[in-house]
Design a binder for this molecule. Structure first.
Ligand code: OAD
Length: 245
């Protein structure tokens, strides 16, 4: 099925929902020109080995390489405009009494589109931090890379969660509490493979929420959902909002 038909029952459910959560992944930014991770050919992990670029050990081994790779991604994201999918979620939040956006993305595109109070599970690559946990969004570009923290002179790293690292406890707690309370949850543009994010829809299900997936492909979550909308989020989300309100 790929005809972008939105079931009437889903429209009714969304219209009457009291608390809605949308969990997004890299797929929602694909139409902005930001590569996903696991898509064959175009995904970042098809070209780069995450063990060389996205682990604390990789950073210890070669901080400059890791820093430069994130600089490339930061520049790519800075040029990428939010797309119709991001904008539809901004609209959605205006119609719903309680709406929470939880993202695995580190690109900041939801906020640039206008979404408020986004829970960023994996951090944000536009920010950096040092070993002393000073979070900074600007730093001196020096010959030395990575640059140093303006507060303590330790070297900076991107403020993102790497493989082998824990999510920030409070962020995860907030996300879990929110999904426990929602009555409708969307999983948009994520392969549903990375934990703990992939567990969030299941927590919502256990607490009685209806679950919707938006993705061009099936994922491990698909057999568990109430509604699956196969296709691109930039096409489906605006249509869903238009039909609902
Ligand atoms: P993935 O790359 O694993 O999955 C992207 C998903 O988006 C796939 O299921 C695609 O089918 C789908 N997709 C592609 N284009 C789409 C479109 N236009 N509209 C909707 N969906 C589309 O990305 P994530 O699931 O976000 O972690 O990956 C999870 C985490 O793994 C990332 O946050 C990152 C990565 O390693 C960290 O950086 C810590």
């Amino acid at each position: 099925m790929n005809d972008n038909t939105i079931p009437t029952q889903l429209i009714q459910t969304l219209r009457t929902a009291k608390q809605v959560v949308v969990l997004t992944g890299a797929g929602i930014s694909a139409e902005s020109g930001v590569p996903t991770f696991r898509d064959a050919q175009t995904g970042l992990w098809a070209k780069y080995d995450p063990m060389d670029l996205a682990t604390p050990e990789a950073f210890q081994r070669d901080p400059r390489l890791v820093w430069e790779w994130y600089t490339w991604r930061r520049e790519l994201v800075a040029k990428a405009p939010p797309n119709l999918g991001h904008l539809a979620l901004v609209n959605m939040q205006t119609y719903l009494p309680k709406f929470t956006l939880i993202t695995q993305n580190v690109d900041g595109l939801h906020q640039r589109a206008g979404s408020q109070q986004v829970i960023e599970l994996h951090g944000n690559l536009t920010r950096s931090k040092c070993v002393n946990e000073h979070i900074v969004d600007s730093w001196q570009t020096a010959d030395e890379l990575p640059p140093r923290c303006p507060h303590c002179e330790q070297i900076l790293r991107p403020d993102v969660v790497w493989f082998g690292e824990f999510l920030q406890e409070q962020t995860l707690y907030k996300a879990m509490k929110t999904v426990e309370q929602c009555d409708l949850i969307f999983s948009v543009g994520t392969s549903s493979l990375v934990q703990p994010a992939a567990s969030l829809p299941f927590i919502a299900l256990e607490h009685g929420a209806k679950l919707v997936e938006i993705n061009p492909d099936s994922t491990p979550l698909t057999p568990h959902v109430h509604f699956v909308l196969y296709g691109k989020s930039g096409a489906i989300l605006p249509k869903l909002v238009d039909l609902t309100w």
